[in-house]
Design a protein around this ligand. Structure first.
Ligand code: HCA
Ligand code: CU
Length: 402
């Protein structure tokens, strides 16, 4: 049984579908190979980076970011990715310095992203330069990159903590110097969705340059802030597999892709069924484990436990799943134990070779509760098994009616 119900989406409460709330198309930039490698416990080999890039490309992201300035190995990886003939654009991420831009040129990159802080705290304590120097450096770097024919995004690092007037000034300066895109990162994940919305709207009203969203998850608001920025007119969103990144990371690819499809009904040309596999690939290559509670790709995303839930999902999983597990390459399972209802108890008896009746099934649920062992075991649900559960349930119901 699969849940084939169209989602009577919650967004009906938010807006009318005919309203064009997002830009007509939104692009995804995946930065697992740049921001993701900044996560503790994550370091890829050249071969792994290439493989991840291939798979992300096949999944359908539009841009893949890597930082060639980190090490020779990263530079080699960047070169190899550029030669691999992927459909996604490869973006070389670097500082706003001519010597870094030279590395990208050496790699034969056509897209670069260069970053420069804009908040006073970064200017004063990280770079130890004045606002004026920051503008001069940024403009010089953009001009240098453009004079070499590069397409470029300019990242205004720590944009959300910068003085709004200075942020605006920087955005105008880099736009006038020729930046093709700008990124307004919430570097510390401190924004509220409404704040992010307003910030993007204001900058969008000042410059024509398309805007990227790069939202960190320090307060768990990365997805909400990314969507708020897109609703305000941003056309590209940065993600990473499982949300890997510096500290608590940024918005996960799976969540963004699914939210765009399910909430905004956007026709993204991506292979959703690869999401779980992408997450597993990263787990295999790193010492980080995907949290079980991770939306869509986590081990618990499709585990059902309460008896009332299970009784409903075997008839129609949409009762407790907003999207079927196979859409994202995950699997449904049920937990049998203390919270089991009559259906599972009967099914358990059936599995053990007994012929369950309603009364015994009820006794068994009581027994399971009194055991006080919590979860007894987990059962991965194949379609065949679901059918069987329904049969068992129908049988005991028939007996009850007799
Ligand atoms: C960093 C900076 C960055 C840049 C984002 C971007 C951030 O980690 O050094 O280029 O859009 O979060 O500000 O990741
Ligand atoms: Cu970041």
């Amino acid at each position: 049984m699969e849940n084939d119900t169209p989602n009577p989406n919650a967004h009906a409460y938010e807006y009318n579908e005919s309203e064009n709330i997002l830009p007509p198309s939104v692009m995804i930039l995946d930065t697992t190979l740049r921001e993701g490698e900044q996560a503790p416990g994550v370091s890829f080999t050249l071969r792994q980076r290439l493989q991840i890039a291939w798979i992300l490309d096949y999944f359908g992201v539009n841009f893949i970011e890597i930082s060639p300035i980190v090490s020779e190995n990263h530079e080699e990886s960047c070169k190899a990715m550029l030669k691999a003939g992927l459909s996604a654009e490869i973006v070389a991420h670097l500082r706003a310095l001519p010597k870094d831009i030279d590395v990208a040129l050496r790699c034969n990159a056509s897209w670069i992203a260069m970053y420069h802080s804009v908040s006073d705290i970064h200017l004063k304590y990280k770079l130890r330069i004045s606002r004026e120097d920051a503008i001069t450096r940024a403009v010089d770097a953009v001009e240098y990159a453009k004079s070499h024919g590069l397409k470029m995004r300019f990242t205004l690092e720590d944009a959300t903590r910068a003085d709004p007037k200075f942020l605006e000034e920087m955005c105008i300066a880099v736009t006038n110097a020729g930046a093709d895109r700008i990124s307004l990162p919430d570097t510390l994940g401190i924004m509220s969705p409404r704040g992010m919305h307003n910030l993007v709207k204001i900058i969008h009203g000042k410059v024509d340059t398309p805007i990227d969203m790069h939202c960190h998850n320090d307060m768990g608001l990365a997805l909400a802030n990314s969507l708020a920025g897109l609703e305000a007119g941003s056309t590209m969103v940065h993600t990473s597999i499982d949300g890997l990144g510096e500290r608590t990371g940024l918005v996960p690819l799976a969540e963004v892709a699914m939210a765009l499809k399910m909430i905004y009904r956007m026709d993204l040309n991506v292979r959703m069924e690869m999401l779980k596999e992408l997450s597993e690939l990263i787990t295999n290559y790193t010492s980080t484990k995907t949290p079980a509670s991770k939306p869509l790709v986590g081990e618990n995303a499709y585990k059902h436990k309460a008896g009332t839930h299970i009784a409903a999902i075997i008839r129609n999983p949409a009762a407790y799943e907003f999207v079927p597990p196979k859409i994202v390459g995950n699997q449904r399972s049920v937990i049998i134990g203390e919270l089991a209802g009559r259906t599972e108890a009967a099914f358990l008896m059936n599995l053990l070779g007994l012929t369950p009746n309603s009364e015994d099934a009820l006794k068994l649920t009581k027994g399971l509760k009194n055991l006080r062992t919590g979860d007894l075991f987990e059962l991965k649900l194949s379609e065949e098994m679901e059918e069987k559960m329904i049969d068992v349930e129908n049988n005991i119901n028939r007996q009850r009616l007799k």
